[in-house]
Design a protein around this ligand. Sequence first.
Ligand SMILES: NC(=O)c1ccc[n+]([C@@H]2O[C@H](COP(=O)([O-])OP(=O)(O)OC[C@H]3O[C@@H](n4cnc5c(N)ncnc54)[C@H](OP(=O)(O)O)[C@@H]3O)[C@@H](O)[C@H]2O)c1
Length: 334
Amino acid sequence: MARVVIASPLEPELVERLRAVDDRLEVVFEPDLLPPPRYPCDHAGDPAFTRTPAQEERFTQLVSEAEVLFGFPREEPEQIAWAVRIAPKLRFVQATFAGAGQQLAAAGLTREEVERIAWASSAGVHATPLAEWSLLGILALTKGLPALQRDKAARRWREHWPVGELRGQTLLVVGLGEIGREVARLGEAFGMRVEGVSRREGDLDRLLPHADAIVIALPLTAETRGLFDRTRLASMRPGAILVNVGRGAVLDEQALVEALRSGHLTGAALDAFTEEPLPADSALWELDNVIISPHTAALSVHENERIVELFADNLRRYLAGEELRSRIRTDLFY
Ligand SMILES: NC(=O)c1ccc[n+]([C@@H]2O[C@H](COP(=O)([O-])OP(=O)(O)OC[C@H]3O[C@@H](n4cnc5c(N)ncnc54)[C@H](OP(=O)(O)O)[C@@H]3O)[C@@H](O)[C@H]2O)c1
């Protein structure tokens, strides 16, 4: 029997789905030991939650005997390091969030500890909501939604005000994972000319100056941090629209503010920021041509269901000795 310990809050009916995957799995779920979720699909749970000494002992015992773990406890790097060190039989960890590679990199594990375990993120689960949100950003800025809202507030009727069209425009998708590929699919459906860049293909510096809209769907790694620096932002086509649904620190926010203020870029739609929550004094709040979403564009009522679907498939693969889906690369941590 492979012991699977649920270390992140989850709906009991979804735990039942995991129990039905295979008789060789013993799925352990003791919700009293986990921080209660504050809202649907809250994977970290209430930070105010504490275990009694007896509960702490029980949780430690369960984790120490785990072969498979669902969720990084509290989504914290220190907690994942703790789990790895007390659980000698641990072989597979399924994280509940897509950027789990970052937390794994920050856990301070030795190479041997990292390699002993197969790590999977939830990459892919958020492709639909984030791709839809990316198109929302491109459409809103192409059609001048901020100005329409201003006019509406002022009860102003413009006599003549042509707006742009997506058809025939060039869309550059940076990061061609699950999210990026779905963005590309939607862009094509709108008649856009779609270009893409991943680690293995595409030349960002050649494509960037020719794109009317750019969607960034990159993980944060040592290579992507600051990738959209002042020089690259300056090389973007005048009037371009920038969307970021990956991680905030891939772009230089100060340089972006300047490019938006000067009118070099038409606008930006951002779901991720270098510092979150976005500080109250950030200039991004003041800019009319910026759409801000508080890192919530991926949230969907279907999120846990999709994560459990992925995990169930990964459990089958694990038992069959097959490659896991959304496996985290342990050389680059994404
Ligand atoms: N806003 C949110 O709430 C939210 C939710 C989910 C995910 N995210 C973020 O979005 C990221 C992408 O998610 P995903 O599910 O699409 O991940 P994914 O399937 O792992 O895809 C990542 C893509 O990024 C590319 N990439 C990695 N390093 C690169 C580099 N240096 N230059 C160019 N491309 C590079 C990869 O290239 P290869 O194909 O060549 O490997 C791959 O195409 C996640 O890592 C996470 O940080 C944000």
